[in-house]
Design a protein around this ligand. Structure first.
Ligand code: BG6
Length: 497
């Protein structure tokens, strides 16, 4: 089966994918950073899965990286990657079809060598073939690669996906946007933030805007605070060079966590289309107050400095927790607490909305009301996502004792878990189709760097924390008198099939 849709260049770029119907044209996918961690873990397995799901058109994939590899070396690396990280078992026939489409060119071949390889493969696909350049490289390498594409004359029929973080700060993001715009039109550019490609993140939009139930209480009158908490158990092994120059704030907060914050905080967009969604997200970013360094806790796990490739006196944070404030009518006075870090006690991705407690309690002392915290709406953004609404209810039996109960829903209850596309797969497909809905905008990114300026220029000291903990102990002062939801006091119910 062929992929589904394609846009012509002269069509408005804010049209949602659903409005275009022609079949996808063949693509040469040029993957920069093809031997890197992301390519091996997500992009190569994702391409194979998309191909097997019938969502790719006829394609060739040219890997590009600094290593001097032959085509066969790259194919061997790719095979290992899809076997280790792919979702399904790789059969000889699925590998045969995928492997034969792969090629490799080292960066040392320069623009002429790159062009030669791409044109060679394009010839096999026919004259209509498009190019999709995926820049899975650190922000400092992005400008040079964009210029290399111009020198190789691979711009006209191309789209370009750019990985986060986009720049390192406001100045570098502006400079990178300026370089990109000298070479590509904005409608050719797809700035990726894979959290927005997660099924569960899109479900936040569905939940908020397809239902009338919660929107009337989605504001400062009814919501006490919000937590966006993404602890990870992973270390930075294998990507220390990238991490050392990036750190948790740039890697996770200014990217994924703020983008999720925008989905939670935005006003209803006028339509489910890129311009309308981007405008509402950007309004949230504009209303955010600069991050106050006094509201930021930075941490580094014990042992980080002995990782190969890490400076023995490194101040890079592997953990960050902070308070963000949105100064608009809907959210004034409602703190958003964000936390993420490596080598923590558990891996999770939750958004938790804490509702205000009732103004007065008629329940007798000792009834249990309020003892388990406020009512919460919790989105679990795990791959197998869940949702929970907790509330107090009467304990069966005599008298009036109250327990915290919850309504819960798990993705697999839809019976359609197998249809979920992994975030990168979804977004690569959207970029091929020309749909910008789930990508970030130049304006939004620049604004996020702008509000990050105080914390980037005067970062609080990096505090040590033990691997397997929840970060430096001062995170409790940051959120007091409230408390972090994780670790959960009551686990999720095991959903029944
Ligand atoms: C990436 C970060 O963008 O997101 C990683 O660079 C992080 O450091 C990862 O581990 C988390 O994404 P996910 O989808 O695995 O939760």
């Amino acid at each position: 089966m062929m992929g589904m849709v394609e846009m012509r260049d002269d069509e408005p770029t804010d049209a949602p994918a659903a409005s275009v119907t022609a079949p996808l044209l063949p693509h040469v996918i040029v993957l920069f950073g093809a031997t890197g961690d992301l390519a091996r873990r997500k992009l190569l397995p994702g391409m194979l899965h998309l191909a097997e799901a019938g969502l790719l058109p006829d394609y060739r994939l040219v890997g590009v990286a600094t290593e001097e590899l032959s085509h066969d070396d790259f194919r061997a690396l790719a095979r290992e990657a899809v076997e280790e990280f792919g979702r399904a078992k790789v059969t000889d026939s699925s590998w045969h079809d995928f492997g034969r489409r792969l090629a490799y060119v080292p960066t040392s071949a320069g623009p002429a060598g790159l062009r030669e390889q791409v044109l060679l493969h394009e010839k096999e696909l026919g004259r209509e073939a498009r190019h999709l350049h995926y820049l899975s490289i650190p922000p400092t390498a992005a400008g040079p690669v964009v210029r290399m594409l111009a020198e190789a004359d691979l711009v006209d029929r191309a789209r370009i996906i750019m990985e986060k973080p986009f720049g390192r700060d406001l100045e570098s993001a502006r400079a990178l946007n300026a370089t990109v715009h000298q070479i590509f039109r904005e409608d050719q550019v797809f700035r990726i933030d894979h959290f927005l490609g997660k099924e569960a993140a899109q479900n936040i939009l569905a939940f908020r805007f397809a239902n009338g139930l919660f929107e009337p209480i989605w504001n400062r009158d009814h919501i006490d605070h919000v937590q966006i908490d993404v602890p990870e158990t992973l270390s930075v092994d294998g990507r220390a060079a990238f991490y050392e120059e990036t750190g948790a704030y740039r890697d996770m907060v200014v990217t994924h966590l703020f983008q999720i914050l925008a989905f939670i905080a935005m006003e209803p967009p006028t339509a489910l289309e890129p311009k309308a969604i981007s405008e509402e997200k950007n309004k949230v970013f504009r209303a955010m107050l600069p991050i106050n360094p006094a509201h930021v806790v930075r941490g580094q796990y014990e042992g980080y400095r002995s990782t190969a490739g890490v400076d023995a006196r490194s101040q890079t944070e592997t953990f960050v927790a902070l308070r963000a404030d949105i100064d608009n009518w809907r959210w004034a006075g409602v703190p958003f607490f964000l936390r993420t870090g490596k080598q923590l006690a558990e891996g999770a991705r939750i958004v938790s909305i804490a509702f205000r407690e009732p103004p007065k309690s008629m329940f007798p002392a000792g009834s249990g009301v309020g003892t388990e915290g406020p009512d919460h709406l919790t989105f679990d953004l795990a791959d197998s996502s869940k949702l929970s609404l907790s509330f107090y209810g009467k304990r069966p039996g005599p008298g009036m004792k109250l327990d915290k109960l919850s309504l819960q829903f798990a993705l697999h209850e839809t019976g359609r878990e197998a249809d979920v596309l992994e975030a990168y797969e979804r977004l690569v497909h959207d970029a091929m189709v020309g749909d910008h809905t789930l990508f970030t905008s130049a304006e939004g990114i620049e604004r996020l760097w702008e509000i990050s300026r105080p914390v980037l220029s005067e970062p609080p000291v990096t505090l040590p924390y033990w691997s397997g903990s929840w970060g430096p102990v001062t995170i409790d002062d940051l959120i007091a008198p409230r408390s972090w939801r994780l670790p959960f006091r009551r686990g999720w119910r095991t959903p029944t099939a």
